[in-house]
Design a protein around this ligand. Structure first.
Ligand SMILES: C[S@@+](CC[C@H](N)C(=O)[O-])C[C@H]1O[C@@H](n2cnc3c(N)ncnc32)[C@H](O)[C@@H]1O
Length: 277
């Protein structure tokens, strides 16, 4: 797809506040798809379906066969009268790509669903450690070039309290040879390459998991159990111990951001003291 076509799709469908990829970020996704030509692609975080519809068109032009999208929600948060992913069919009305929607699920379910993929796009929960957890689960179902594209590397810089820092923490732990950030949208999208030994990924995960978690909702008992089971089975006792330690320290809701108050009260008091002398 040329950039003018992508721009036209955005002009027709995109609305501010929908948290979607930008035109230039979509072009980066296309570049990665065109280079590796994945047959099967999975997305975490469908929302309106803009990214999903575009990815389907990119796959169709590059020998792809199927596209699966996951979203925790059945509805699109930007317009609750619409189902999640409703724009996929409008942007990609049909063709060689089989589209599978997995709504009400997260990456924690992906192994149980039994499918395998060759490339992924993660744009779900950006609070640490979700992007890392998504990556650890996806690694189990990824073959081919094993690339995962992550969105919102710069999100934390735009927030009063930088809770969307998960992609940044993840990016920083990967060796330079195994990560590539785009220049699109001032460097807001990147891919990592998981063609490495499981022990190497476990080491990266261990470094990341110790960084302060920034969750709005703590991982619940069932999520904790599923994550611990995966780590124990695949990544080993050392990462499990690190995860448990980090959960003990950080698995709670990040406090709400409260801007500092202007220092009016101390000045009044100083004035009072002055008058009394
Ligand atoms: C930023 S939006 C995705 C935007 C979309 N990729 C696009 O470019 O149009 C994030 C979506 O992820 C979903 N979500 C949040 N946490 C999730 C999780 N842990 N797993 C899967 N989806 C999640 C939300 O319901 C929301 O629809």
């Amino acid at each position: 797809m040329d950039v003018e076509t992508v721009k036209t799709i955005f002009e027709t469908h995109w609305r501010k506040g929908w948290g979607s990829v930008s035109v230039q970020e979509a072009m980066f996704i296309q570049e990665v798809i065109a280079a590796d030509r994945p047959k099967a692609f999975v997305e975490i975080g469908a929302a309106s379906g803009i990214s999903g519809g575009l990815i389907c068109r990119m796959l169709a032009e590059n020998g792809g066969e199927n596209f699966t999208t996951y979203d925790l929600s059945h509805k699109f948060f930007g317009d609750l009268s619409k189902p999640a992913g409703y724009l996929i069919d409008e942007i990609y009305p049909g063709g060689p790509i089989t589209v599978e929607r997995r709504f009400g699920f997260t990456a924690l379910d992906i192994i149980d669903h039994g499918a395998s993929y060759e490339m992924a796009f993660v744009d779900g929960n950006h609070k640490h450690p979700w992007p890392l957890i998504d990556t650890l689960f996806l690694s189990e179902v990824l073959g081919g070039s094993r690339k995962i594209i992550h969105h919102d590397l710069r999100l934390y810089r735009l927030q009063p309290r930088p809770i969307g820092i998960g992609p940044k923490y993840l990016f920083d732990q990967f060796p330079e040879a195994r990560r590539r950030a785009s220049t699109a949208n001032r460097g807001n999208i990147f891919h990592i390459d998981l063609t490495m030994k499981t022990a190497a990924l476990a080491e990266i995960a261990e470094a990341a998991i110790h960084l302060p978690w920034t969750l709005s909702e703590p991982l619940d008992a069932e999520q904790m159990e599923r994550i611990r089971a995966l780590i124990e089975r695949v990544y080993g006792a050392q990462l499990l111990a690190a995860f448990d330690k980090a959960a003990e320290r950080y698995n709670f809701t990040a406090p709400a951001y409260r801007p500092a108050r202007a220092a009016a009260a101390p000045r009044k008091r100083a004035f009072g003291l002055f008058r009394g002398r």
